[in-house]
Write a protein that binds this ligand. Structure first.
Ligand SMILES: Cc1cc2nc3c(=O)[nH]c(=O)nc-3n(C[C@H](O)[C@H](O)[C@H](O)COP(=O)(O)OP(=O)(O)OC[C@H]3O[C@@H](n4cnc5c(N)ncnc54)[C@H](O)[C@@H]3O)c2cc1C
Ligand code: SF4
Length: 344
């Protein structure tokens, strides 16, 4: 049985108190939200904090609301189960609601939060293991060692960003509202990532994610999320595809694509935005052979730009062949409003 290490639990009642506690204890302290990722990581001795600062009772991190400008503001402590079914999220950010609905299983979505999902540590089959297992292998660059088991001779960790909601939020143009000892700041989610599996986000020491803001979308906004995984009931993504396909009615009354985006997770250290998707889709009909040809072109772009590695389970060649399959299905699901795309 894996045991929990000893730590002190702090329970602040305000954002200011939480930030003060994190500043006071420095690198010895970590925030804990739902704990669904942090607790297994503590048991695996991947993190060894002596203080945990629970975010459970911090009111500033709670609640879903629509701002005056139509933006959706979601508190970092909002549970994934709520994000998945909240009427404002479903209506304004369908790809996000669908991605949240496919994270892990029901119990984990009941505890796990949107903030914890955005800030999820990268994953690797050589890293998310017990201390005993990792020690037997000589550890690795990400923790306690000096070599990478995925890229022979590699000097950079390529553990995979595996958070389902990240690509969905990227297609929605989400902004993170952060606050730390130096005060509040905002960063576009696109600009938050770093291509380094050891630490793939620009989050300062002691800084907290307070809220996630999804700007108002155009009237014809459509989105979907598609997820490949071994067991539909619980697993992390082997591939997570978020699509945005906004549609407008043209002068002739036909529906045409007005905006498009495609972001993919579970490849490398940061979520990937597939390039030239807007060029391939904007202006095309939202139905029939013209749509099918445009989607086929995007599936081909994604196939060429995505390079799954042996960092997470699932044969990398098979995962590559699944890229165009899931891109095609997810784009059709976005246009037709029939997502999410997954198997059970
Ligand atoms: C069996 C299993 C299956 C899973 N499957 C999936 C899956 O399919 N897809 C997926 O995306 N995830 C999956 N997870 C991981 C996890 O359940 C989710 O990612 C969840 O959303 C994490 O949220 P949390 O609130 O539990 O985060 P926590 O575990 O509490 O925290 C995660 C990290 O974020 C930090 N943190 C949390 N909130 C804040 C904040 N507001 N400000 C600053 N730092 C913060 C913590 O310090 C920690 O480093 C799975 C986990 C398990 C155990
Ligand atoms: S990719 Fe995996 S094996 Fe390589 S350094 Fe990162 S965690 Fe370790």
């Amino acid at each position: 049985m894996l045991r929990m290490p000893e730590f002190t639990l702090e329970r602040p009642r305000s954002l200011a108190q939480a930030i003060a506690l994190l500043s006071e204890h420095g690198p010895a302290a970590l925030p804990i939200a739902g704990g669904t990722d942090l607790v297994p990581n503590l048991k695996h001795e991947l993190f060894t904090p002596s203080v945990l600062v629970a975010l459970e009772h911090v009111p500033e991190l709670r609640g879903v609301r629509v701002e005056d400008d139509g933006a959706l503001s979601i508190g970092a402590m909002t549970r994934l189960a709520e994000v998945a079914i909240h009427p404002d999220v479903v209506a304004r950010a369908p790809a996000l609601a669908q991605a949240a609905s496919l994270v892990a299983g029901p119990q984990l979505r009941t505890m796990g939060t949107l903030g914890g999902n955005v800030l999820l540590d990268t994953r690797c089959q050589w890293y998310n293991q017990t201390y005993f297992w990792r020690e037997a292998l000589g550890f690795c660059l990400k923790k306690d060692g000096a070599l990478c088991h995925v890229v022979a001779g590699g000097q950079k960790c390529v553990a995979a960003a595996s958070n389902d909601t990240a690509p969905a939020l990227m297609t929605l143009g989400a902004v993170l509202e952060l606050e730390g000892p130096d005060g509040p700041r905002e960063v576009k989610l696109d600009e938050f990532w770093v291509s380094d599996g050891i630490r793939n986000k620009k989050l300062a020491q002691g800084e907290l994610l307070v809220r996630i803001r999804v700007p108002a979308q155009r009237a014809g906004h459509r989105g979907a999320y598609g997820k490949l995984r071994e067991r539909g009931s619980i697993d992390f993504p082997l591939l997570g595809v978020a699509a945005r396909v906004d549609v407008e009615r043209g002068a002739g009354g036909d529906e045409r694509i007005a905006a498009a985006d495609l972001c993919i997770v579970a490849l490398a250290a940061r979520p990937l935005r597939v390039k030239r998707v807007a060029e391939a889709l904007i202006g095309k009909s939202a139905r029939g052979p013209e749509l099918e040809a445009a989607i086929e072109a995007v599936a081909d772009l994604a196939y060429k730009q995505c390079h799954p590695l042996a960092n997470i389970p699932g044969d990398a060649d098979w995962r590559k062949e699944m890229v165009p399959v899931y891109v095609r299905r997810t784009l059709f699901a976005a246009v037709t409003g029939s997502g999410p795309v997954h198997h059970v």
